[in-house]
Design a protein around this ligand. Structure first.
Ligand code: TYD
Length: 202
């Protein structure tokens, strides 16, 4: 059966994932591909609730937080990701289950357990690119863009724990990219990483 390919961009807040997603989309379309570019939290009901919670600064119990991210993902996979993969398309998502592994793991859940549960329930990415930046650089970028602060997630001490989990993950599909370089350099490396996958999709 024909199947597309799933790529996840992962990283700390301010690592540049969202900008890179746009750049990759443009470059892929210029090559005649029709990738699905998407993100989590989604713009659906669960995703909107998560963003409202994050902005409020009121941290929900981690079990609730986990449930919301997983419900959001279940809907995202069923409604968008799986159908696009079934059509043979390349799907690139800005965050996927490794965000749950690292962020909810950093709230005290067993991240290895979160990883195996995620792999059992959701399609594993063919490639997960971790855009690695020092916590302070990411936070400085978030502040510089004047975005709405998300006090529930964007604290240095917490993000250090998140980064530590990202550093510990070992999976054949998981690749680290130094994202403290210029946007152009990071784009070039991501493009190279996608080269093999690009050849296999429509
Ligand atoms: P983010 O990518 O910053 O979304 P946006 O910039 O569109 O608001 O994601 C919001 C926050 O949610 C981010 O700090 C990471 C966190 N998050 C988790 O804790 N677990 C998850 O599973 C996901 C997908 C995100």
């Amino acid at each position: 059966m024909k199947r597309g390919l799933l790529v996840a961009l992962e990283g700390l807040d301010g690592c540049g994932k969202s900008t890179q997603l746009v750049g990759l989309g443009e470059a892929l379309r210029a090559e005649g591909l029709a990738p699905l570019l998407t993100r989590e939290p989604t713009d659906g009901a669960h995703g909107r609730r998560i963003r409202a919670m994050a902005r409020s600064g009121q941290q929900a119990p981690v079990a609730d937080e986990l449930r919301w991210f997983v419900e959001d993902r279940a809907e995202h996979v069923a409604q968008s990701i799986a159908p696009a993969l079934a059509e043979g398309r390349l799907v690139i998502t800005d965050r996927y289950f490794l965000s749950t592994v690292a962020y909810q793991g950093a709230r005290g859940l067993d991240w290895r357990e979160l990883l195996s549960q995620s792999e059992a329930r959701f399609p594993a990415p063919d490639l997960a690119l971790y855009l690695e930046v020092p916590v302070e650089l990411g936070l400085a970028r978030v502040r510089a863009r004047g975005g709405v602060a998300e006090p529930a997630f964007e604290r240095a001490d917490y993000l250090e724990e998140v980064a530590e989990i990202f550093r510990a993950i070992e999976r054949p599909y998981f690749q680290r990219v130094d994202a403290s370089r210029s946007q152009r350099e990071v784009h070039a490396e991501l493009w190279q990483q996608l080269a093999v996958l690009r050849a296999a999709v429509t």
